[in-house]
Ligand binder design. Structure first.
Ligand code: SAM
Length: 268
C-alpha cells in the first residue's frame, strides 16, 4: 500500500471513530484493508479507498471500521475487576439498593459483558433486582457474535467449571464443533447496541452505577480519550464506579473521579 493511501485510511479512522493508527501500523492496515478488497472483489487498496470515499450510504464506513478495529478479548480478563464489581454490588444490595444500571463501553464479542452478567447474578443471589446492562461497540461484526452468545471450548476454558455448568448451555457451533451458548438468563440481561465512543454526547441518560471501559482507550486519540472520560464521569452517579483496563488511566478529563487502585475510579 502506498504511503498516501495509508495516511488517508488513518485520517478516516481518526475522523470517524477517534481510532489512532499511524507509524508502525502500515502492515496491520494493509492486511485488514486487504480483507475488504477481497470481499468486494476490488483490484487493490487504492480502488478500495476510492470505493470507501465514494460511498455516501455510510455502509462501507461501518465495514471499514469493523475490519480496522482490534477486538481481542476473553472471559474474566483482568479478573480483579470482577471481584471489585461483586463487592460493590453485594454492599449495595445489603444497603437496600434494588435497581442497577451498568454500561460496558467496548464490549467486543461479548465475553466481557457476559462475565459482568455472571458476576451480577452471583453477587445478587436470590435477591430480586431490576438490572440493565448495556453493552456497546463500534464493530457490527463483534456485536452480532456477542448477541448470538456462542463460544468454542477454548474460549469457555477461561471460565470456572461451576460457572459454565450454571450459566452456559452445550451446543454445536455453525462449523460443527462442540461449543457453548450463554444461557437465556445472561442473554436477557444484556442489551447490545452499536455506539461510537468518539461521537458525543452519548444517548444514555444515566445515572449509571458502573461503567466498564477497558482496553479501548489505547486505540483512541488523546482528545477522544479525554472527552470519553469526562462523558463517563457525567453519566455516573455519585459513588459509581468507572473501571478502566490495567493499561489505561483516566488522565485529565476527570476532576470528579478518584482513583481507588487497580484502574478503578469512584465518582465523587
Ligand atoms: C481490545 S477490544 C477490548 C474488549 C473488552 N473491553 C476487553 O477489555 O476485553 C477493543 C474494542 O473497542 C472497540 N472500539 C474501538 N474503537 C471504538 C470506538 N470509537 N467506539 C466504540 N468502540 C470502539 C473495538 O471494536 C473492540 O471491540
Amino acid at each position: 500500500m502506498e504511503q498516501a493511501q495509508f495516511q488517508r485510511f488513518c485520517e478516516i479512522a481518526h475522523q470517524r471513530a477517534g481510532i489512532r493508527l499511524g507509524k508502525g501500523k502500515e502492515a496491520l492496515v494493509a492486511v485488514r484493508v486487504g480483507r475488504r478488497v477481497r470481499a468486494l472483489g476490488l483490484a487493490d487498496a487504492k480502488a478500495y479507498l476510492a470505493y470507501l470515499e465514494a460511498d455516501k450510504t455510510g455502509e462501507e464506513l461501518v465495514s471499514f471500521l469493523d475490519v480496522i478495529s482490534t477486538n481481542h478479548t476473553y472471559f474474566y480478563r483482568e479478573p480483579e475487576h470482577f471481584d471489585v464489581l461483586a463487592t460493590f454490588i453485594k454492599d449495595a444490595v445489603k444497603g437496600g439498593q434494588r435497581r442497577f444500571r451498568l454500561w460496558c463501553a467496548a464490549s467486543s464479542s461479548g465475553e466481557e459483558p457476559y462475565t459482568i452478567a455472571v458476576t451480577l447474578c452471583e453477587a445478587m443471589g436470590p435477591t430480586k433486582c431490576d438490572v440493565r446492562l448495556l453493552a456497546t461497540d463500534i464493530s457490527t461484526d463483534v456485536l452480532t457474535k456477542a448477541q448470538n452468545g456462542l463460544y468454542n471450548e477454548e474460549r469457555v476454558s477461561k471460565i470456572p467449571r461451576a460457572i459454565v455448568a450454571k450459566y452456559f448451555e452445550k451446543c454445536r457451533l455453525a462449523n460443527g464443533e462442540p461449543g457453548y451458548r450463554a444461557s437465556e438468563v445472561l442473554r436477557r440481561m444484556v442489551v447490545f447496541k452499536r455506539l461510537n465512543l468518539s461521537t458525543l454526547p452519548f444517548p444514555m441518560t444515566g445515572p449509571l452505577d458502573v461503567i466498564f471501559c477497558r482496553n479501548v482507550m489505547m486505540y483512541l486519540h488523546d482528545d477522544v480519550r479525554t472527552s470519553l472520560i469526562s462523558e463517563c464521569s457525567r453519566l455516573l452517579r455519585n459513588n459509581g464506579l468507572l473501571i478502566l483496563g490495567r493499561c489505561d488511566t483516566a488522565g485529565r478529563g476527570s476532576p470528579e473521579l478518584r482513583h481507588s487502585g487497580q484502574s478503578v475510579y469512584i465518582k465523587e
